[in-house]
Write a protein that binds this ligand. Structure first.
Ligand code: NOJ
Length: 553
């Protein structure tokens, strides 16, 4: 066996299993903190906020892409996988951030985008300059077109951002892009692609990065001989027979990655973004592959006790079977913030709501936040790890009224201006109650913030006993004391407040979590109240509120 590689920076407390029950805070780097005053968040800005991240009590920080990028898709179009975007800093800045994070005992996860590069990546530029059939083109998916003179795309596949998934180049060939045309798909059957990404994993692991988030992990293996695919909306089959997503061949790629990740001590962690049906999603999380896969079930679920209970049962059972740990997520950089989702009438089409600048239907902000706080407290009591998206700890709502000419999401143009996209959750977060960008930086930010953002700033909420920031800090501190093992025991109606709208479970040593999804109060469970997501009534757990209790004594 070879000696494990020694990274440049290491956390203060080495622990190979840290990721199993970690709370991971997602930073969207361009919208977190702007140290150099260009309106764009940067690495130095993140470093300056490491003490804040540590004060929250999270275990790890996941950085969305900070690599050189033309920003056709918020940085998920990477032009160089082993560098820092000069607008965001340098590799030295990154190392300084990593060191600061480790000094505060925070792990660091970086985002790897293997399905596609940017069209500004040197490989793609070389592919365009080379002839059809060349090795340069073989790193991507180039095909001749259909129709008498190749004037039609090779297949009817559609891009996730709207429009055809094929774009034609001047010599007549077409290339595949499951996302924007500026994001050409790589061909993962090409060994050069595989070895290059393994080198990228080593590059960041050598610096001391603790783990990786793997973008579109379910998309790398493709069956290009299948010309027809109904749409992007159909449910993926359970037998891996979709031509583009979740094919069996993909697992061999991640087994190779695991071998690389295991070259390190402790082994590097990884989490797959794999939009596959639950029974197949866990395959990515096998110990021989990435270890974890995002479980987006709750993020997609309505605010409903029965639905939550079913999802939790299914995922905890799947985690037990696969030897992985569950992951729980309510918000990220791709979806409308959960405080807002929960404040809109059930079944609201959020794309349509955004098109009305958030006016129709009306958003009940207080209700949304009350429910979001309750759901978060439930999440943090579950076994496994939880991913928290920047700003949710402030109770931020979506910013729905960004002027059309300031939208950045490629969905806006690709859908002919019918879908605004994801900018509303990517607005820079507020640090201070006032100032040109509410403390994000010294100048106006790259995406405009709502006027009322200051009231939800870190400074405004810090120390306020009723603030969402205080709730997150208290919950994370309590969880750090309480969380261990994977056990979860459902509490039935005899011992929990009897109501179909209540979800109640015990962890170990009598730590009990009870969430009332209904609007009316239910009896408060017996025991010593550790924490509640909102004010409690006399002997009552009010509607849309969660409480943690422990045995008396
Ligand atoms: C998933 C990322 O989360 C999203 O932001 C991005 O647009 C797509 N993958 C394409 O990389």
């Amino acid at each position: 066996m070879s000696t494990p590689r020694t990274p440049a920076s290491t956390p203060r407390t080495p622990d190979a299993d840290w990721w199993r029950d970690a709370v991971v805070y997602q930073v969207y780097p361009r919208s977190f903190a702007d140290a150099d005053g260009d309106g764009l968040g940067d690495v130095e800005g993140i470093t300056s906020r490491v003490p804040y991240l540590a004060s929250l009590g999270v275990d790890a920080v996941w950085l969305s892409p900070f690599f050189p990028s033309p920003l056709a898709d918020g940085g998920y179009d990477v032009a160089d996988y082993r560098a820092v975007d000069p607008r965001l800093g340098t590799l030295d800045d990154f190392d300084a951030f990593l060191h600061a994070a480790h000094e505060h005992d925070l792990r660091v996860i970086v985002d790897i985008v293997p399905n596609h590069t940017s069209s500004a990546h040197p490989w793609f530029e070389a592919a365009l300059a080379a002839a059809p059939g060349s090795p340069e083109r073989a790193r991507y998916v180039f095909r001749d077109g259909a129709g008498a003179s190749g004037e039609l795309p090779p297949s009817d596949w559609v891009s996730n951002f709207g429009g055809s998934a094929w774009t034609r180049v001047p010599d007549g060939q077409w290339y595949l892009h499951l996302f924007a045309p500026e994001q050409p798909d790589l061909d993962w059957s090409n060994p050069e692609v595989r070895s290059d990404f393994e080198e990228t994993l080593r590059f960041w692991s050598d610096r001391g990065v603790d783990g990786f988030r793997v973008d579109v992990a379910h998309g790398l293996a493709k069956d290009l001989s299948t010309p027809y695919r109904p749409s992007n909306e159909h449910a993926l089959p359970l037998d891996g027979s979709d031509p583009l997503y979740d094919r069996d061949e993909v697992h061999e790629i991640f087994e190779g990655w695991r071998r690389v990740l295991d070259e390190y001590d402790p082994p590097r962690a990884a989490v797959a973004e794999a939009w596959a049906p639950a029974p197949r999603r866990v395959l990515y999380a096998r110990p021989t592959e990435l270890g974890q896969a995002f479980n987006f079930d709750l993020l997609e679920a309505p605010f409903d006790a029965e639905v939550f209970r079913t999802i939790i049962s299914r995922n905890t059972a799947a985690a037990d079977e696969s030897g992985a740990s569950s992951t729980w997520v309510l918000s990220n950089h791709d979806v409308v913030r959960h405080a807002t989702r929960y404040g809109l009438p059930e079944g609201t089409d959020t794309d349509a709501w955004l098109m009305t600048d958030g006016t129709e239907p009306a958003l009940d902000r207080e209700r949304g936040l009350r429910r979001a706080r309750a759901a978060t407290l439930l999440l943090l009591a579950l076994p496994g790890s939880t991913y928290v998206y920047q700003g949710e700890e402030l109770g931020l709502h979506e910013a729905p009224a960004i002027p059309h000419d300031e939208l950045q999401d490629p969905k806006w143009d690709r859908t002919g201006h019918t879908v605004k996209g994801r900018d509303g959750c990517r607005v820079p977060i507020p640090w201070t109650p006032s100032g040109p960008s509410f403390g994000f930086g010294p100048v106006a930010p790259h995406l405009p913030q709502p006027e009322d953002f200051g009231a939800s700033s870190v400074e405004a909420e810090d120390g306020d006993p009723g603030s969402t920031l205080t709730l997150y800090r208290a919950a994370l501190a309590a969880r750090a004391r309480l969380q261990r093992g994977e056990e979860l025991t459902w509490v039935d109606a005899e011992t929990a407040p009897a109501s179909a709208s209540v979800v109640a479970f015990d962890r170990h040593d009598g730590w009990r979590c009870v969430m009332n999804f209904g609007t009316g109060p239910v009896p408060l469970p017996a025991g010593r109240v550790l924490l509640a997501s909102g004010p409690l009534g006399d002997g009552e757990l009010p509607g849309e509120t969660t409480v943690w209790v422990a045995p008396v004594g």
